[in-house]
Structures are given as structure tokens and as C-alpha cells.
Design a protein around this ligand. Structure first.
Ligand SMILES: Cc1cc2nc3c(=O)[nH]c(=O)nc-3n(C[C@H](O)[C@H](O)[C@H](O)COP(=O)(O)O)c2cc1C
Length: 371
């Protein structure tokens, strides 16, 4: 007899990359309103253009989709960027390295979106690590009309975990997406270094799924049901974790924090990671000169710029940060023969189709504060 318990076990036994049963998958695949651009009246201390700019900035990627940004409106055109202390990830990101990269991606979007509607955003000051949760002072000025329009790209960008083809990125496409940056390297999955990255990613994930505090932290950032997705408008969800078909349907109805802590969930995560690392064209490795706030913010900005350029080329971006979050961090540089600090390890490759985003965002009203 297929009891609920057996069914649950069976589901977990299957890879969560599992094949799609489209009728079921459509039940919870409502993409509307995930990244809403609201034309409604802005909050009192923002004009329409500033409100729009912040909505686009918030489309930025962030670790576990915590969306750790906060904007304090000090006076018209003078903003303070902070991080939200309740959105830190102490178990996997104790030094706020990934948090600063995410804020960099937010700043990258903010600058490009503002430019697209003729506003110039300059970074007047970057705070040191000892300044609590203050990150940067921003100044906004009206600019002359220009040809820039990044709004559609910003709204379309997403992380892809499925459907990555086993074909290397062409050198000309690599040069296009990286704008010839010296901080970004490409490693083919078929090279010796590619195999090292596969092995290290599996090892790092094994270490991480066995670390209860990391798994608990993850469980706190997964919104399994539609109700929770709509309530919190952040975190990971079955779609953004790459689940499909009956597995996604089952997960969104029956999975909970407890599921994430179970042996079978941890085991199926590793099974999925093994499949993922075998299926891609290669890896993008992004380095930075050091770990100072300015350096991390700049790397985040460059990362976001690169992500936006991948859309036209149908290139997938799937950061796999576990190597940098676990003890494996200590050996990755020497194994890859890279001197500078590695900030992003990204699984990449071509896609048949650049799909629509599936991860939700919080509205501007939820992340602005008045001084
Ligand atoms: C600094 C950073 C680290 C990330 N690390 C991972 C990771 O290890 N694994 C993963 O699947 N996604 C990772 N991501 C992608 C986020 O999960 C993703 O951006 C977020 O869920 C929002 O989804 P979106 O990019 O489709 O908008 C990372 C993103 C950033 C900015």
C-alpha cells in the first residue's frame, strides 16, 4: 500500500532534478507578481523615479535570496545603504562575504537602472567593517537623457539550475559577457581543473549537508508553500531550487523545515549536486584583490553586470558557493593555481532557452527606513 510515509520516501528517493509531469508542475508555477514593478504612489520620501530604481535594484541575486539590503532615506537624493542584520547567514557566511557580494549586485542594478531613467548614482563613501551594518553613502543626481536601457535585462535575469548544456562557452562569448575582465576565469568542465571543481563541490556539499547549523539555516530560508512565498516574498522556493513535476508539487504541499533536516533530504541533495556538476559546460571563477568591503562590493557589481550580459547569449549562471563556505576553501586556490581570493564559483553553460525568473522579491516599502 502506498501510504503517505512511503510516498514521501519514494519522492525523496528520486532525484529532485526529476522529470516533469507538466500538468502537476503548472499547479504551482504561477510566475505572475513574482517581480512586480509597481506604478503605484511611491512612499512619501521617494519620487517616482527613485521608487522605480529601487524596485529594479531589488531584482538582484543574493545568497538564499535573503535580499539583505536596506536603504535609509536621509534627505532627498542622499541615501545610506545598510545591511539588514536579520538577513545574515552566520552558518554559511560568518564574515558577511556573500552578503557584501549580494549588496554589490544590488548596487550594480541600482546604478544601471538609475542610468536607464537618467539618474546618476555615485558612491560617496564606503564604510569599513567596524561601522556595524552601514555599507555605503549614495548620492543621486538628475542626469542628461542617454541611450542606456538595462531595465528589461534586470527584470529578466535569473539563476538557472536546470537545462544547462554540456558545451563549452565560446571564447568570443566569454569575452563578451566578462568585458575582458582579468578577474574572471573560465574553466572547462572537461579539463583537469574542471574535474577538480566537480570533486571539490561534491566534497563541500557533503560537509555542508552534514553540518546541522547550515542545514537549519537553509531550512529557515525555504518557503515551501505558495502561502509562505507570498507572505515573506524572499528565500528559496521549490521552483527556484530547480524542482519539477510531481516532486515539486509534493514538496510544496508536504515539505517542512523538518524535511530539510532529514537524512533522506540531505542524501538527495548530494545526489542532485553530483548530477549538476556533471552537467554543464564549465565554471566561471571570479576573483577580487582582497576581502575589504570596497573590493567585495565591486566584485558584486561586476558579477551582476556579467549576469545581465548572459541573457542575450542564453548562458546560465548558477553560483555554487559551498567550496568557499566549507573547509575546502583552504585548498581550492592551490588546486586551481589561482593566487587572488576567489569570490564566486559559478556553474555555467549554454541553455536552449533563457527561462522566466521564478524567485520572488520584497517590495521597496519593506526595505526602506527613514532616518
Ligand atoms: C553571493 C551569492 C552566492 C550564491 N550562492 C549560491 C549557491 O551556493 N547555490 C545556489 O544554488 N545559488 C546561489 N546563489 C544564487 C541565489 O540563490 C539566487 O540569486 C537567489 O535565490 C535569487 O534567485 P535569482 O537569481 O533567480 O533571482 C548565490 C547568489 C549570490 C549573490
Amino acid at each position: 500500500m502506498l501510504t503517505r510515509r512511503n510516498f514521501f520516501k519514494k519522492i525523496l528517493g528520486l532525484t529532485i532534478l526529476g522529470s516533469g509531469i507538466s500538468s502537476l508542475s503548472k499547479c504551482s508555477q504561477n510566475h505572475s507578481n513574482l517581480r512586480e514593478i509597481r506604478m503605484a504612489k511611491p512612499p512619501d520620501n521617494l519620487n517616482k523615479k527613485e521608487y522605480l530604481t529601487l524596485q529594479y535594484a531589488a531584482m538582484a541575486p543574493s545568497g538564499h535570496n535573503t535580499q539583505p539590503w536596506q536603504i535609509e532615506i536621509r534627505e532627498p537624493g542622499k541615501w545610506l545603504l545598510l545591511f539588514d542584520k536579520s538577513r545574515q547567514l552566520p552558518a554559511i557566511d560568518p564574515n558577511n562575504r556573500e552578503l557584501m557580494l549580494s549588496l554589490g549586485a544590488f548596487l550594480g542594478n541600482l546604478k544601471l537602472a538609475a542610468k536607464s531613467i537618467n539618474i546618476d548614482v555615485s558612491i560617496a563613501k564606503i564604510f569599513s567593517k567596524s561601522s556595524g551594518n552601514k555599507v555605503a553613502k549614495l548620492e543621486l543626481k538628475q542626469n542628461k537623457p542617454n541611450e542606456t536601457d538595462h531595465l528589461t535585462e534586470i527584470k529578466s535575469r535569473r539563476t538557472h539550475k536546470n537545462g544547462i548544456l554540456n558545451k563549452d562557452i565560446k571564447p568570443e562569448d566569454f569575452r563578451y559577457i566578462t568585458n575582458n575582465s582579468e578577474d574572471i576565469n573560465y574553466i572547462s568542465n572537461n579539463s583537469k581543473e574542471g574535474r577538480i571543481l566537480q570533486e571539490l563541490t561534491i566534497e563541500a556539499n557533503r560537509l555542508q549537508v552534514n553540518r546541522d547549523e547550515a542545514q537549519l539555516e537553509l531550512s529557515n530560508w525555504i518557503r515551501w508553500s505558495q502561502k509562505k512565498i507570498r507572505k515573506f516574498r524572499d528565500g528559496l522556493n521549490p521552483n527556484s531550487m530547480g524542482m519539477k513535476g510531481i516532486i515539486k508539487w509534493y514538496a510544496s504541499h508536504f515539505f517542512s523545515k523538518k524535511t530539510v533536516m532529514s537524512k533522506s533530504f540531505r542524501k538527495s541533495t548530494l545526489k542532485m549536486v553530483r548530477k549538476q556538476v556533471e552537467n554543464c559546460g564549465g565554471w566561471l571563477i571570479i576573483t577580487s584583490p582582497n576581502y575589504k568591503p570596497e573590493s567585495l562590493l565591486n566584485t558584486g557589481i561586476e558579477f551582476e553586470k556579467m549576469c545581465l550580459k548572459t541573457i542575450k547569449k542564453k548562458i546560465a549562471i548558477h553560483p555554487m558557493s559551498q567550496i568557499l563556505e566549507e573547509k575546502t576553501k583552504e585548498k581550492v586556490n592551490s588546486l586551481l593555481n589561482i593566487d587572488q581570493p576567489i569570490q564566486f564559483i559559478i556553474r555555467t553553460g549554454y541553455l536552449n532557452k533563457y527561462k522566466k525568473p521564478v524567485s520572488i522579491r520584497r517590495p521597496v516599502e519593506w526595505f526602506i527606513i527613514n532616518s
